[in-house]
Design a protein around this ligand. Structure first.
Ligand code: NAD
Ligand code: FE2
Length: 375
């Protein structure tokens, strides 16, 4: 067996109403509470905030948060002794880096990339309200620079102390957010399972169970938003996928998705969904056995088929699931046309940190062809 390392992730507090116990988890003193204005307006943060004695609220996080937003959160958190990230991936990613920059005093420009943030952050609790990026489980924070380029800091120093999984917070998620964030989580599980350099048996186990939970509950959660069992399964599945890919990092689907978010502001989960089956088709010759195994997770009745048929059925089942959610299926549905292909392909090549995890190489010409197929 190939040598590997595994980090199990933050301590978990989970269950209906778990977020109301936030105050018990953090040290005494002022807490920086990072969220977004929509979540504030929906009242989702009211009970959790009531459990914190001394709190500064920063609720100006936008989707695909910018460096300016991050630095404003850091300024707001001056003098705080702990940080909470409450929301989807966007507020959680800002909270992670704010906790790190406030605790370490490091300069952001010295820590981009993998393993460069080595200082100490402030105590940190993350509460996802989407299911989801799995950001509450990972040491990754994604920030948009200069309006279009997505940069990441990836370091164990960003892994939270606590993840709080409260399915009640996700009950009001609109259908398109449920669908897009759920597919993002499925992609995390799939890409962890085929991760080229750091695939390992513990991530594999989590990725399979994540995919089972997510694929069985995504349509239920879309069609019956208040199905709390489905919501709880989605949140747990997204978390498992997060722990899996924190140890076996994501790859080509995310590399091609990021330029869609950066340049065209396509939501992260939707941008993954738009390129997913095309990248899987490209990887098929080398990843067929893994995809066959995942096919049997999606549908155990495939077990009697050949590996090739199982792998093919895997891609077809994913395409059918995406169609059933009602998400847009083509880049052209979002105003992206042939004139954008060169830009997208060139930008995807900048996601070297992700491309090196893909089961086979993706050249710039491959990327252009894959975007073209998704038009
Ligand atoms: N750190 C990681 O490991 C990681 C992994 C994947 C993606 N990301 C990043 O996460 C971000 C995307 O996060 P996201 O997809 O969770 O979306 P998001 O945080 O940008 O939120 C999307 C929208 O959903 C709304 N929303 C969130 N929770 C809600 C709820 N419970 N009810 C109603 N509305 C709600 C938000 O207000 C927002 O309008 C991107 O910046 C992406 O790059 C990070
Ligand atoms: Fe993702």
């Amino acid at each position: 067996m190939q040598a590997y390392q595994f980090h199990y992730g933050p301590r978990l507090v989970a269950g209906q109403g778990a977020a109301e116990r936030l105050g018990e988890l953090l040290p005494a003193g002022r807490c920086l509470f990072v969220t977004d204005a929509n979540i504030r307006a929906l009242g989702l943060a009211d009970s959790p905030l009531a459990s914190l004695a001394d709190v500064i609220i920063f609720d100006a996080v936008e989707q695909d948060p910018s460096r300016e937003t991050l630095m404003a959160a850091v300024a707001a958190g001056e003098g705080c002794v702990s940080v909470v990230g409450f929301g989807g991936g966007s507020p959680m990613d800002v909270a992670k880096l704010a906790a790190y920059l406030l605790g370490s005093g490091d300069d952001l420009d010295t820590i981009w990339g993998v393993g460069k943030a080595l200082g100490a952050r402030l105590p940190l609790a993350l509460v996802p309200t989407t299911a989801g990026t799995g950001s509450e489980a990972t040491g990754v924070s994604v920030i948009t620079i200069g309006g279009s380029v997505k940069n990441a800091v990836n370091s164990p120093a960003l892994n939270a102390d606590w993840a709080v999984l409260d399915p009640e917070l996700t009950v009001g998620l609109p259908r398109h957010v449920t669908a897009a964030t759920g597919i993002d989580a499925m992609v995390h599980a799939i890409e962890a399972y085929t991760s080229a350099r750091r695939k390992n048996p513990v991530s594999d186990m989590l990725a399979k169970e994540a995919l089972r939970l997510l694929s069985q509950n995504l349509l239920r959660a879309c069609e019956r938003p208040d199905d709390r069992a489905a919501r709880a399964n989605m949140l747990l599945g997204a978390h498992y996928a997060g722990v899996a890919f924190d140890n076996a990092p994501v790859a080509g689907v995310h590399a091609l998705a990021y330029p869609l978010g950066g340049h065209f502001h396509v939501p992260h989960g939707l941008s993954n969904s738009l390129v997913l089956t095309h990248v899987l088709g490209h990887n098929m010759p080398v990843a067929m056995r893994d995809y066959a195994e995942l096919g049997c997770v999606l549908d155990p009745s495939l077990a009697s088929l050949s590996a090739q048929a199982q792998a093919q059925a895997f891609v077809e089942r994913l395409a059918a699931l995406t169609r059933a959610t009602g998400l847009p299926l083509r880049l052209s549905d979002l105003g992206i046309g042939p004139e954008h292909l060169d830009l997208l392909a060139a930008e995807a090549m900048k996601q070297e940190r992700l491309l090196i995890n893909n089961p086979c190489p993706i050249s710039q010409a491959d990327a252009r062809r894959l975007y073209e197929a998704a038009l």
